[in-house]
Design a protein around this ligand. Structure first.
Ligand code: FAD
Ligand code: NAD
Length: 465
């Protein structure tokens, strides 16, 4: 049995783990990272990046199909477009390969040792890794658990056969003719929209009364409208009961208690993700939990000395950029820096059509803090750049305290608004007031002008509406 000793051991090389290891390596901390699959984790291999690649391909294809139907106003016509899904998936796999290779190189450059295999804790300082060449024991002064999350499985719809998770959906070589998506949240709507654009007949079954229930109705209305235009059937307040006996349809209880049969080649179950807490010896550690996730404090410390937890395993929000920020912070703490989690917001984007961005508090959330608020909203129908991109649907909305105008939240829904998330996050992190945003020159013609106008609107003097 081989043994290694190190200062820091990171278990899991997703965005949380690999960023933590790179930063620790940069700071001269002797670091080992263990990964059972590929560096980059869920995000790079079966999550953020492959889904955005598929969404992009679908968007391009749908645009061309639209033009070929002679429906577009741009004066462009084409002959019938065709899709080779296997080629699309191979292109997506190429991007994943480049990125995972890039992470390996960055780890090497930071002098981090990577061990490939499944890690199992013996105690809070020691793990055993099943590698291709046998068991590797690693002893460390400090440990970071970054094991990520896994898809939630519904007891009535176990994964297998036609019932798939997002991982299988991103690797299909043949387009399902009829796709039923269970769960109208982030993954279900991002992928459901992509498959509808690629040509599948898509139905979405959502248990709550609205799709994307964590947002307000105003923000999700343009998404619901576009789904309808794309021919996606959305059943809200509905429960998936299980597959039909033949396995060719999903049986659903609709809101009014009736039973409906939705024919399906594939049923994509996207009802959330849960912290990956099984199979790696969590029971050998004495860690407090928050439900399924590992409880952490504002430095990502667990209840066991020298053991940290970051990313999805430490609970919501399960987002790659939050995992990365935690990873960087923990590496600096371990290297002796004074750091704690003092972020004002974690922006979130749903890459639907149109996209939805939220940073900070929604109007109702801001009201619940007891603060009196001002809300300014500017529609893209009054924005020149949006018009030139055929993207007039949607708006930017700014939520600020009424007394001192400090911005509490910013939301947008619209085509290409994901790129505005940087400006939104920066404004909130810097403690911007409405006057700061209104007084910043926003280049013309851009969607960003909508942000400035929303701040002006909240101040009572928007210029273009
Ligand atoms: P993970 O990325 O899950 O990585 C954990 C790693 O640990 C894995 O590689 C796993 O193999 C490894 N591991 C686990 N246990 C062990 C063990 N015992 N031994 C060795 N290795 C182990 N987030 C966004 O911010 N934006 C998006 O657009 C977005 N899109 C998504 C789309 C999909 C389809 C999915 C599924 C997720 C998406 N997410 C997105 C969420 C994002 O992928 C996660 O929040 C992020 O990957 C979490 O990072 P992590 O480091 O905590 O864990
Ligand atoms: P989600 O929480 O976003 O959505 C799950 C949806 O399923 C909810 O709307 C919920 O009401 C519904 N639901 C739950 N049980 C159901 C049932 N039995 N029948 C019908 N509907 C049911 O979860 P997700 O879409 O699986 O994504 C998981 C996580 O991954 C997200 O919370 C997010 O943290 C991350 N993610 C982020 C992005 C992004 O940032 N763009 C993209 C994809 C995933």
């Amino acid at each position: 049995m081989k043994e290694i000793s190190c200062k820091l051991l990171v278990v899991g090389a997703g965005p949380g783990g690999y960023v933590c290891a790179i930063r620790a390596g940069q700071l001269g901390v002797d670091t080992v990272i263990v990964e059972a699959k590929k560096p980059g984790g869920t995000c790079l291999t079966v999550g953020c990046i492959p889904s955005k690649a598929l969404i992009h391909a679908a968007e391009e294809f749908e645009k061309i199909v639209h033009m070929a139907g002679g429906k577009g106003p741009l004066g462009i016509s084409l002959s019938t477009p065709k899709l080779d899904l296997a080629k699309t998936v191979a292109w997506k796999d190429g991007i994943v390969g480049r990125l995972t290779g890039g992470v390996s190189s960055l780890l090497k450059k930071a002098k981090v040792k990577t061990v490939h295999g499944w890690a199992r804790f013996r105690d809070g300082k020691t793990v055993e890794v099943e590698t291709e060449t046998g068991i590797q024991v690693i002893r460390a002064e400090t440990v970071v658990i970054a094991t990520g999350s896994v898809s939630v499985e519904l007891p009535s719809l176990p994964f297998g056969g036609p019932v798939i998770s997002s991982t299988e959906a991103l690797a299909l070589s043949k387009l399902p003719e009829k796709l039923v998506v269970v769960g109208g949240g982030y993954i279900g709507l991002e992928l459901g929209t992509a498959f509808a654009k690629l040509g599948s007949q898509v139905s979405v079954v959502e248990a709550e009364p609205r799709i994307l229930p964590q947002y307000d109705a105003e923000l999700t209305r343009p998404v619901a409208k576009r789904l309808s235009e794309l021919g996606v059937e959305v059943l809200t307040g509905a429960k998936a009961k299980g597959m039909s006996t033949k396995g060719d349809a999903l049986l659903v209880e609709t809101g009014d208690g009736a039973e409906k049969r939705l024919a399906a080649d594939k049923v994509l179950v996207t009802v959330g993700r849960k912290p990956a807490t099984e199979g790696w010896g969590l029971e050998e550690l004495v860690l407090d939990r928050n439900g399924r996730s590992i409880h952490i404090d504002d430095q990502c410390r667990t209840s066991m000395r020298g053991v940290y937890a970051i990313g999805d395993v430490a609970g919501e929000p399960m987002l790659a950029h939050r995992a990365m920020a935690q990873g960087e912070m923990v590496a600096e703490i371990i290297a002796g820096h004074k750091r704690n989690w003092d972020k004002r917001c974690i922006p979130a984007i749903c890459f639907t059509d149109p996209e939805v961005v939220t940073a900070g508090l929604l109007p109702d959330e801001a009201r619940k803090t007891g603060a009196e608020i001002k809300v300014g909203q500017f529609p893209f129908s009054a924005n020149g750049r949006a018009m030139t991109k055929l993207g007039e649907e949607g708006f930017v909305r700014v939520v600020a305290r009424a007394d001192n105008h400090v911005v509490l939240g910013i939301q947008a829904v619209g085509h290409g608004v994901s790129e505005l998330s940087t400006a939104f996050g920066l404004a909130i992190e810097m403690g911007a007031r409405l006057e700061d945003i209104a007084g910043t020159i926003h280049a013309h013609p851009t969607l960003g002008e909508g942000f400035q106008e929303a701040a002006l609107k909240a101040l009572g003097h928007a210029l273009h509406i």
